[in-house]
Design a protein around this ligand. Structure first.
Ligand SMILES: [Cu+2]
Length: 257
C-alpha cells in the first residue's frame, strides 16, 4: 500500500492514511489503520509518504506492517490544498460549531440542539459503495434508532443525525429515500442532513474528519460523535469498530442513568 500519512494517534496505535488504489482490493481513500509496531508509530508524522503492507486477517481485522516512511513534506504553501487542512482532532468538552443544515424534509435546523437533548452524529454519503464504511455506519445507526425507540426515557433525550459528505448530490429528497431504507420511513428521532458544502465541511472537520470528493466518490475518514445537550463533545469514535451498545452506554452514563 502506498499513500500519505494524514495524522497519527500513538495512544490508539493508529494512523490515518490517505492511500492510493490497491488494485482489485480497495479504492483510494483516507482511512484509519492500526499500526502494530510501536517503534514505527513513534517516527510516523503527518505529511510523510508511506509504503506499507496491509494485512487483512480472516476475522476481518486489518493493520499495517513494515511501514517505510519518507521525510516529512515541509509544511509550506502547498499545505492548505491538502484535504486535511482545517481538520484537527477534537477533545471531549470541546464545543461543536453551530451550523445551519437542512434535513430530509427540506427543513432547516441548527446543529446546536434545544436544551435537554443529546446528539449522536455521524457522516455518510448515499453513494458510498464500501460495505464496511457508510452502509455499516447507517446500519449501526438503525440499530441505535431501534434501541432508542424501545427506551422512551432516552428517546426523548437523544436524537440521531447523519450528515452527508456529498451535499451537492445528496439533496433532501435523495437523503429521504436513503434514510427511509434505514429508519423505516420514520424520521422522528433521526435526521439526515445536507447543506451548504462549506458549512457541511466546517461541521465535519470540527470532528477531525477528512474527506475529498473525486468523480462521484468521496474518500473520507470515519467519525461518529456523542454530543451533550449543551453542545459539548462527549466522545468521538474513529473508524468503524464501535458498536451501537457502546453509544447507548455513553448516553446512559452521560445522563447518569
Ligand atoms: Cu463511505
Amino acid at each position: 500500500m502506498k499513500g500519505k500519512v494524514v495524522s497519527v494517534d500513538p495512544a490508539k496505535g493508529e494512523a490515518t492514511v490517505e492511500h492510493e488504489d490497491i488494485p482489485g482490493f480497495m479504492a483510494a481513500m483516507t482511512m484509519d489503520f492500526p499500526v502494530r509496531d510501536a517503534d514505527s508509530l513513534k517516527v510516523m508524522e503527518a505529511g510523510q509518504s508511506i509504503q506499507a503492507t496491509l494485512v487483512y486477517a480472516d476475522d476481518g481485522a486489518y493493520w499495517l506492517e513494515n511501514p517505510v516512511l519518507s521525510k516529512s513534506v515541509p509544511a509550506g504553501p502547498a499545505a492548505p490544498s491538502s484535504p486535511t487542512a482545517g481538520a484537527r482532532e477534537p477533545k471531549p468538552g470541546d464545543e461543536i460549531p453551530d451550523v445551519k443544515l437542512v434535513n430530509q424534509d427540506g427543513r432547516p435546523f441548527s446543529t446546536r440542539q434545544p436544551k435537554g437533548r443529546a446528539l449522536v452524529v455521524t457522516f455518510i454519503y448515499t453513494r458510498c459503495p464500501l460495505p464496511d464504511q457508510c452502509p455499516l455506519l447507517s446500519a449501526n445507526f438503525a440499530q441505535l434508532n431501534a434501541a432508542l425507540a424501545a427506551d422512551a426515557g432516552l428517546r426523548k433525550r437523544a436524537r440521531l443525525l447523519s450528515v452527508t459528505l456529498d451535499p451537492e448530490y445528496d439533496k433532501p429528497e435523495v437523503l429521504r429515500a436513503y434514510g427511509a431504507t434505514y429508519a423505516g420511513g420514520e424520521f422522528d428521532g433521526w435526521d439526515f442532513a445536507t447543506g451548504d458544502p462549506a458549512e457541511v465541511r466546517r461541521f465535519a472537520e470540527s470532528f477531525g474528519l477528512v474527506y475529498k470528493a473525486e468523480g462521484g466518490q468521496v474518500t473520507h475518514s470515519l467519525r461518529t460523535a456523542v454530543v451533550t445537550p449543551e453542545g459539548k463533545l462527549y466522545k468521538v469514535y474513529r473508524g468503524n469498530e464501535w458498536k451501537p451498545e457502546e453509544v447507548l452506554d455513553d448516553l446512559r452514563k452521560m445522563f447518569g442513568a
